[in-house]
Design a protein around this ligand. Structure first.
Ligand SMILES: Nc1ncnc2c1ncn2[C@@H]1O[C@H](COP(=O)(O)OP(=O)(O)OP(=O)(O)O)[C@@H](O)[C@H]1O
Ligand SMILES: [Mg+2]
Length: 241
């Protein structure tokens, strides 16, 4: 297996604490929740950042983790992690151009493997609906403790609800103050129609100074006792790009 060096910037202490809480909440959803798709209502709410941080957080807990970049419409993960370009990724595998073994990469973070998206393709929905995708996830289940799948925003394209049917649950990333309640409900319904439970909601980019203690309570209430509310990420923590 090819090993790559990723440029991962450790989040602040506060964000790490919040990630630990998120990780613990996911663990308490049950040990049958190991394949998790990360989605959102609109673009740019923080799915990719959350997917990377959560994957590293699980790896640090001695779990074997595979991070899959399934946003084949706009794959930014290699650049985000300081990788120049990759030869073969998910789109190559799903279109039958390479073997699965050639696509998964080990990283400098122990126990964290990554499957990048590959080249941008015109037909991601078709590729993600294929039997190849489902059986790929089945085979990964045998190998990894957690499989975290980054995807495209569900308010915009159907990809993540297609992915969702093969997963054990979804994590909905919501940017604080950006998305209307009705759109969140719509996206939640789309996931449930795909027979995918919403494991939780991550409220991202919270201005802690303005909203101390408010949002986690609000979300906990809105999504009922089975779901959890978690706030995560600090604007002061803004990533340099
Ligand atoms: N908690 C946070 N604090 C500060 N900046 C953040 C936070 N989360 C994400 N960002 C920034 O917001 C931008 C969008 O984040 P990201 O790429 O993770 O979103 P996304 O939901 O994956 O977007 P897309 O829908 O385009 O794939 C990035 O510049 C990222 O660095
Ligand atoms: Mg993204």
């Amino acid at each position: 297996m090819k090993k790559i060096q990723i440029a991962y910037e450790r989040p602040s202490y506060r964000t790490r604490e919040e990630l630990n809480e998120l990780r613990t909440n996911i663990q308490f959803c049950g040990d049958d929740k190991k394949v998790i798709v990360i989605t959102s209502c609109t673009p740019g709410e923080g799915k990719t950042k959350t997917a990377i941080n959560l994957s590293v957080s699980f790896a640090e807990l001695q779990k074997n983790v595979l991070l899959i970049d399934a946003d084949m419409r706009k794959s930014v993960m290699p650049k985000r992690l300081g990788i120049d370009g990759i030869d073969e990724g998910l789109s190559h595998f799903l279109s039958g151009q390479c073997a699965l073994a050639d696509t998964v990469m080990a990283t400098n973070i122990p126990r964290l493997h990554i499957l990048f998206g590959g080249v941008v393709v015109p037909n991601p929905t078709e590729l993600l609906s294929s039997e190849r995708f489902s059986s790929m996830l089945e085979s990964f289940r045998e190998v990894y403790d957690y499989i975290i799948i980054d995807s495209a925003p569900l308010g915009l394209v159907v990809d993540s609800s297609i992915i969702a049917k093969d997963t054990d649950g979804a994590l909905l990333v919501i940017e604080s103050g950006k998305v209307k309640y009705r759109l969140v409900q719509e996206v939640k319904r789309k996931l449930e129609t795909a027979d995918c439970s919403v494991l939780g909601v991550v409220l991202n980019k919270v201005d802690h100074k303005k909203n101390r203690g408010y949002y986690s309570k609000y979300y906990g209430k809105e999504y009922g006792s089975k779901k959890y509310g978690s706030y995560y990420g600090d604007l002061a923590d803004k990533e340099k790009e």
